[in-house]
Design a protein around this ligand. Structure first.
Ligand SMILES: Nc1ncnc2c1ncn2[C@@H]1O[C@H](COP(=O)(O)OP(=O)(O)OP(=O)(O)O)[C@@H](O)[C@H]1O
Length: 278
């Protein structure tokens, strides 16, 4: 579905990652992990065709990537709502369709039914008519996923969809995405700091750090040996009561410079010494 060969992203002199070979299969769940500033969002932007590769190639469904393809659904990082706060959940889902299939916004019966179906599929029917500014974080994430699924995309890119959600909502959101890929064969790229909610679902993990990466099954990548090699220092991956904790991964960044379109997801060095939060 997605194919990267020898891919790299850099901003000026800053090389973010390089030498990335990746194929996403239909229905596959790929978790993308890594500390702040390791280039997870840059990868998502590259896959969306919004960030040019500095080396290598990307094809999406067999064709060179381009912006705005309706085959890719995108769940962005939680952003300040401001402009959308008064928009109803059902309108957000409809916006997701308008840009693609239906041209100018038309209130046709078919569109209304489709919006209802999408809202039902993400469990958001009960608050379809509530302004999104009044929804909880978890409810809003359901609606955002609905918006991303509005065009019935074959690939779903989720950029930190679990941020600021409690454990129950993290589980609900990951299960929603998991159910979707199983029922529709949707390929999923799921960027997260929170490995544990996706551990049982991820077919493969791509771990980005220090300009390098590891890719493989969760057991292959999330091992002391693999992460120690990646970081170039001793890192321990321990499993405690079925949860994975990464101990000793050095913080990657001091303070990522703020620039438009790049929202950091936590405080400086939030990739803590236990790395992936339990
Ligand atoms: N548009 C840009 N111009 C210059 N540098 C950028 C730009 N976007 C990202 N960067 C830098 O590239 C690096 C990777 O950023 P990116 O947002 O992809 O990382 P990330 O892994 O998603 O981080 P986080 O977990 O904090 O969201 C960072 O050092 C960041 O400051």
């Amino acid at each position: 579905m997605l194919s990267l060969r020898g891919a790299a992203v850099s901003y000026g002199q800053r090389l973010v990652w390089q030498g990335l070979d990746l194929d996403l299969r239909p229905g596959e769940f790929l978790a993308v992990l890594g500390p702040n500033g390791s280039g997870k969002s840059s990868l998502v932007r590259a896959l969306l065709g919004r960030q040019p590769l500095s080396a290598g190639t990307l094809t999406v469904l067999g064709r060179a990537a381009h912006k705005g393809g309706r085959h890719i659904g995108y769940v962005p990082q939680q952003a300040a709502l401001s402009a959308q706060a008064m928009v109803r959940a059902r309108d957000l889902v409809r916006f997701g369709m308008d840009g693609h299939r239906f041209g100018p916004w038309r209130r046709t019966e078919a569109v209304r039914r489709r919006v209802d179906d999408v809202l039902a599929s993400v469990g958001a029917s009960a608050y379809a008519d509530v302004p999104v500014g009044m929804l909880s974080g978890g409810e809003r994430q359901r609606v955002r996923i609905g918006q991303a699924l509005a065009t019935d995309p074959r690939i779903l890119l989720c950029d930190e969809p679990l941020l600021s959600l409690d454990l129950n909502h993290q589980r609900a959101i990951t299960e929603l995405v998991d159910a979707r890929r199983r029922s529709h064969g949707t390929g999923v790229v799921f960027v997260t700091h929170e490995i544990n909610p996706v551990l049982g679902m991820a077919d493969r993990v791509l771990y980005l750090a220090r300009g390098g990466h590891r890719i493989g099954t969760p057991d292959e990548v999330l091992s002391s040996q693999s992460l120690s090699q990646l970081y170039g220092t001793q890192v321990d991956v321990v499993r405690v009561r079925g949860r994975v904790v990464v101990v000793g991964a050095p913080d990657e960044v001091a303070a990522p410079p703020h620039h438009p379109g790049h929202e950091t997801t936590g405080t400086t060095g939030s990739h803590t010494s236990d790395g992936v939060r339990p």
